[in-house]
Design a protein around this ligand. Structure first.
Ligand SMILES: *Cc1c(COP(=O)(O)O)cnc(C)c1O
Length: 231
């Protein structure tokens, strides 16, 4: 992968510190412990050197969207003690590139994909989130709110995976807050239905992470605000 010039490395460190401070301030406004929010630094389409720069500045969690790119960057960054996250849509035939290799798979949208991940994971089980298409957009990945309970029950019964919570990716250019509220409400419903906690709410990106934290996000997925534009 291409090198990253020193000024860009300094810019990533600066942007990381700004994001960290904004997350901490949003937590304070919401009366939340900053330790309850994980910043997933989304490095898709940025080189391994950019990941190293973010980690040197303090990032502990790194998110990738493409299975092949994840595998490549993990190989290049093997020395880094970070938690990797897979945040993109995942085709079943790529599950083997991801299963057991990340702390969390954020966007599971079918029982078949969960089963494939489970089959390809040794121990411990692969932690996964259900991607919920809260706004009901036709083109987006994720399950409809109405279909989430059945998928949650199916995943809860699948060997090799552990359902940890929910994620959403609201449509661009609309107020994301109704989607965040709806995801949180759905989580409460599913916790009641399953009789156990679902600790993770993955919601909020560069443009709206403060709103997401105010509404209960435990994981914010932040790319541009840390790494700059993706070209
Ligand atoms: C790219 C991406 C992000 C990060 O988006 P930014 O706006 O650059 O912060 C977050 N979540 C998902 C699912 C993404 O694909």
């Amino acid at each position: 992968m291409s090198a990253v010039a020193p000024p860009e490395i300094a810019a990533i460190a600066d942007r990381w510190r700004t994001v960290r401070a904004r997350v901490d301030a949003a937590c304070e406004r919401a009366g939340r412990d900053p330790a309850s929010v994980t910043i997933v630094a989304v490095s898709k389409l940025h080189p391994a050197a950019a990941v190293r720069a973010a980690v040197a500045a303090g990032a502990t969690d790194v998110g990738e969207n493409y299975a092949q790119e994840l595998a490549g960057k993990q190989a290049e960054c093997g020395e880094l003690a970070v938690r990797w996250h897979y945040i993109g849509r995942l085709q079943r035939n790529k599950a083997k590139l991801v299963a057991g290799k990340v702390a969390l798979v954020h966007a599971v949208d079918s029982a078949e994909l969960a089963a494939e991940l489970g089959k390809r994971t040794a121990t411990p089980p692969q932690r996964v989130l259900i991607a919920v298409n809260v706004a009901g957009e036709a083109s987006k990945g994720g399950v409809a709110v109405a279909d989430a309970p059945a998928l949650a029950r199916a995943i809860a019964a699948t060997a090799g995976v552990e359902l940890a919570g929910l994620m959403t990716l609201p449509p661009p250019d609309v107020d994301p807050r109704p989607a965040f509220v709806a995801l949180r409400a759905l989580r409460a419903d599913l916790e009641a239905a399953l009789g156990r906690p679902l600790p993770v709410l993955s919601m909020g990106m560069s443009g709206d992470f403060e709103e997401a934290i105010a509404l209960g996000a435990t994981h914010v997925r932040i790319g541009t605000a840390i790494f700059g534009s993706r070209g």
